[in-house]
Design a protein around this ligand. Sequence first.
Ligand code: GLN
Length: 295
Amino acid sequence: MTAVISPVDATRTVGGIRAHAVRVLSAAHVPTPEVDAELLIAHVLGVSRGQVQAKALTDSPLDTEQAFAVIEAVERRAAREPLQHITGRAPFRRLELAVGPGVFVPRPETESVAQVAIDALAAVASPEPVAVDLGTGSGAIAISLAVEVPHARVVAVENSTAAFIWAKQNAAESGVENLRMVFADLAEALPELDGAVDVVVSNPPYIPVDAIPRDPEVRLFDPAAALYGGEDGLDVVRDVSRRALALLRPGGTLVLEHGELQGESIRDLLAADGWRAPATHRDLLGRDRTTVALR
Ligand code: GLN
């Protein structure tokens, strides 16, 4: 017979609240209920996930206020609000970005896109190479470039007011001084930098409008402007290609994120626009994710 833990018992120990949270999140079909339960408890208690696991194993007690804060956080997650909106933070490379309503939650696969851009920027033979991030969202890629290639100058462009505020906050928290944020439409941004940029990177919206994402966290909480790219998903990619051709110096590098089935169509599109040597790289799951081309 399995023991039934009543909600009252569940509030008394970390192990009890963990079991309650896992049950509620599993019933709501959250894909990783144990991970999410432990991260939500960690968030409420202000400790690491490892410490939550240790406390759960040692019958560590919980005060009532903390228990109710966990229950509330778990209810929100069970309604499929993104974990990162509840904790207010999204890890990305060396950063813990502030995120919430109005901004796209950075994805782990984008860390590999940023890596390609970082490598290209670090390889530029100039004392102060210049990079532009078109459609920066939370600022994830741009701030990573500024932090990880400290001798570079980075300019981030965003045209959503909500996202721009999150990106500004993230840039300020990171303390970087080599990053400038510009509120502009990426199709027309930064004419003053034409021909002067070494690396242009972008994670544009690229989902075809009729390919509605299955996960409610994406469908209901990520801004539509960060997800959908018109009929074939490539409308904004075409804008990025055009704008990047003007921004980059000859020999400069374009680094583009795209969907796992779009590598070939992106390479064709870029070759037709006059880019040299388009090549597609895979992410850590082995899926086509990043296409690089030379101006
Ligand atoms: N990668 C996004 C997703 O997972 C799609 C849009 C984007 O990243 N630009 O939903």
